[in-house]
Design a protein around this ligand. Sequence first.
Ligand code: ADP
Ligand code: ZN
Length: 727
Amino acid sequence: MIAEVIVDISNSDVDKVFDYIAPEGIAPGDRVVVPFGRQKLEGYVLRLKENPTTSHALKSIERALDDEPLILPEFIKLAEFMRGKNLRYADCFRLFIPNKLRGGRIRELYRNYLFLNGSLDFEKEYGAITQKAKARRALYKEIYEVKSVAERDVLQRYSASTVNALIESGLIYKESVAEARTPSGMKVSGDKPVLTPKQRETVDKIVSGSGTFLLHGVTGSGKTEVYMRVIEDALNKGKTAIMLVPEIALTPQMLGIFRARFGSVVSIQHSSLSDGERYDEWMKLRRGEAKVALGARSAVFAPLKDVGVVILDEEHDSSYISESNPRYFTCEVAAFRARYNGAKLILGSATPSVESYYKALKGEYTLLEMSGRVNEKELPLLETVDMREEIRRGNLGLFSTALIREIETALKEKNQVMLFLNRRGYASFLRCRNCGFVPRCPDCDVSLTYHMEDDTLRCHYCGARFRSIDACPKCGYTDLKEGKTGTEKLEEETKRLFPEARVLRMDNDTTRLRDAYTDILTKFASKEADILVGTQMIAKGHDFKDVTLVGIIDADIALYYSDYRSAERTFQLITQVAGRAGRAEKAGKVIMQTYSPNHYVYKFAKKYDYRGFYDNEIRARELTKYPPFTKIVRLLALSETESAASNAARSLAAEVVGLKNGTAGILRVQVMQSAIKRLRSYYRYQVVIWIDCDAEDEICPALYAFARKASSGKVTVFAEVNPQQML
Ligand code: ADP
Ligand code: ZN
């Protein structure tokens, strides 16, 4: 037999299937070792066949790495599907299996434990240790009481020499023990509530139906409970389930709820897991010990068989689209898996993406609406504050008078406040008041953001850090003006204005450490703070019962991006943030500060009028020929030399125009600089192509081929469909 093998090489130019002679027992889905040039590399068997494609002498597969094929048949099909979407085979398989399983780095995590030597008489041995060796006596006694203890824990309290002395005298011994690395969640009750009539109806429709459902439910309508009942139904039928949430919504609360309801059949996958934990979780699913995969987008590749339901909560969230290589749309993969397994696909959101809602209205998806909150509470009152008016009245601060008043009231009543500002750092730029100089990133075409806590200037695009400046490097002037404010400044201002309040901040800068995210949320939930200041991170999914006020400091931020989705994003963000207020018994209020109060997005957001917003938006999209009426493909040329990038884009555009003349599917072609002309020292030029939706399958492969051909040593060309951000 001949095996077609995908060799796991990182060289992005190689995306070939290689033929090898397959020894007895090799099967599709096997992870194998093959000779490749002078190396031995890992690969995956795609399929077997009788005859080779070439007449060259073939080498033989050296061996299989596992007892049975690691890759399920479904994933071989999925790899073929994703390849049609411009991914390399090798990159697909890298998405399918955890890092730890690649390159032979399979290791179980072992931890050193200290055990009591039980054959000795404790009293006698204890008495024999000299009174002066206090630490040794204490540790021996401790181990006698617990019988075994992790060495790591002991070393936090005792010195290594104390431990070694006990080992040397034979009183205790050390051994490595494989550790079950189960990531922890927060404790919650697993009690099942009685479903509301609306939830009941929704669950019934899903359970008795099939295909794709769009569940449009306001925040607090109890969507999570609906998901859990549908998952329960799948499990009762002997099937498995995949539950996806945006990374940011994967809160300890969420994990706790699932653990409490489904116990150990839940496997959890999120980005802060170590490689080892990720591997453990993956194996539990692959072995069938876990039947529910809960995680961020990568959990869509959970190695489950017999999937009964795939759920994407907050389906509109941009984190479902992997923008960096390998690029994929989680929803497309989820839809593939649902089709393959005959499973149901549920897309849930309080603010569905315009594209999904359009499909639902067209009848491609079953539309399910839950328009009331479980607790029958009104949605919080949204009040817009015109910040131009504040300026006219002489208030140049971050807080409007109305917001200050509301915060004071909330604090007085011992309630909690969330302040949202989707910009981190202290000031988004510094500018010399004399010559206008603005410090910029040397590698990116953007200004640097000032961070006060370590007095640095940072690039939010490439992460570069620089020592801050006190004087303008150009003219020496020392009066530097700060540009737009970020969360760090907001925190400072909040503390200054409300000195009696305890303030926490949550953003990318405060959550770098592994558990920081959980710590901040736990503190806020247990009322160790009165005000939580934060970015996007605080907008989603959290359920704090004492939050009665949400302040949106600058609602316009997302509107400034010149992108056809900017109004949609703004609407979504406001609705999400507003949903954090008044979740439990207490009524909530939202203050939305804006400099453009007449923008239509605020008119609809204020009334939670999703449908009104949608109708308005969809008309605009139809007129301007944007998705869902077209597909937009961007070919992005990157090069360290500006002329190489721009030349590549120009010749690509010429090719696309040539193609356009031959088919009806291409509606418009544009060649231009990207919004950020230089990023991480690469110049960026792009060709943007509007294509007819029906022509996608015909046109896209041709565009992908152009992109591949145009990539040379000097220029890399990426092809993206409906890019999230046109940076
Ligand atoms: P959504 O995801 O739609 O914003 P959640 O699922 O977070 O809403 O539900 C909001 C709150 O209502 C949660 O605290 C949840 O525990 C509670 N809840 C959901 N369903 C019920 C029910 N049937 N009875 C009582 N409480 C419920
Ligand atoms: Zn930079």
